[in-house]
Design a protein around this ligand. Sequence first.
Ligand code: HPA
Ligand code: ZN
Length: 336
Amino acid sequence: SPVHAFLKALPKCEQHIHLEGALTPAVLFTLARRNAITLPQDDPAYASPEALLARYQRFTSLDDFLHYYYIGMSALVTAGDFEALAWDYFQHAAADGVQHAEVFFDPQAHTSRGIAYATVLDGFTAARKRAQRELGITTELICCFLRHLPPADCLATFEHEAVQASYVGGQVTGIGLDSSEADFPPTLFEELFFRAGKLGLKSTAHAGEEGPASFIADSLDKLGTQRIDHGRRLTEDKELMARVARDKILLTTCPLSNVVLRGISHVREMPIRAFIDAGVRFSINSDDPAYFGGYILDNYCAVQEAFQLSLKDWDWICRGAIEGSWCAQERKDELL
Ligand code: HPA
Ligand code: ZN
C-alpha cells in the first residue's frame, strides 16, 4: 500500500533493539543442536520451534518474556553465532528502511555462562562492519547491564579489562540498563553510571516500561542518562513531561513490545499523540523483534494505523530520532 511504502522510505533510526532479542525460534533450535545446548525438557514450549513461537504469543508480563529470552540466548556460543545473529537483524533493518541502528547487547547474560566478552564483541563487530559495507547502514553498540543482578556484579563487568578495552577502542559507544524494572530502581546503579560518564560514554536506561514515572526522573537526575528507553509512563507526570520536551530527551518507544508484554492492551493506548502535542521527542522501535512479532516497520505501521499521523508528524518523529542518535554530527547531517 502507499502508506506502507511511505513508512518504509522514511529515513529511520532504530535505537531500541536487543540483538539477543533478534534470535528466532528456528535459529535458536538450530544453534542449540549445533552447540549441544539442552533446552528445558519440562517446558512443552521447547517441543519445537513452532510450539515456542506459539508460546511467545502468550506472554503475560516483562518477567514472563525475560524467562524465555535468557533461555533462548543460551544457545549462542561462538563468535560466528553472534555474528550471524546481528547480521540477520541488520538485513531485516535495511529491508525496513533503517539507515542507522544503535543496538543493545547483554554481556552479563553470556559471561555468566562462560562465554568470553571478546567472543560476543568480535561477532557483533564483524556483523557491524559487514552491515556498513554491504548494506550502507551505520551502527553503534550499547552495552547493557542487567538490573536484576547485584549492582556489584554490574560494576565488576563494567571494570573488566576486555569491557574497558571496548570503550577505549570505540567499539562500544554507551551503556544501558535493562531486564526486570519494577523491583530494581535506577538509583541502585548510580556508581556504574557515574563511572561510565567519567569515561565519556553515552548512557540510557529502560524506565517507565513497567516502572513509574519517578524511575524516568531518577534515570535522568541520578544516572545522568541522555535518553530513556520506553518512557511510556512519562505521561503520569506532566511537569516531568514538559522538562523532557524542553531538554530534548529522546524516548525510544516500542509499541508492539508494550502490547505483547501487556503494559497496554492496544497500540492506541501508546501516548503517541500526547508526546507529539507536548513536543516530547521519541523514536519508534522493535525492542525484541523475534519475540514480539515484528521488526521496526511493523511498529511504524501499527502506529500509523492507530493514530493516522500526518506527513508533518512523521517528518518530526524521524528528525527527532536522528537528532537523538549517538553517531557523529556528519552522519546526522547526511540523514537529516
Ligand atoms: N525491557 C527490559 N529488559 C529487556 C527488554 C525490555 O523490553 N528486552 C530485552 N531486555
Ligand atoms: Zn528493551
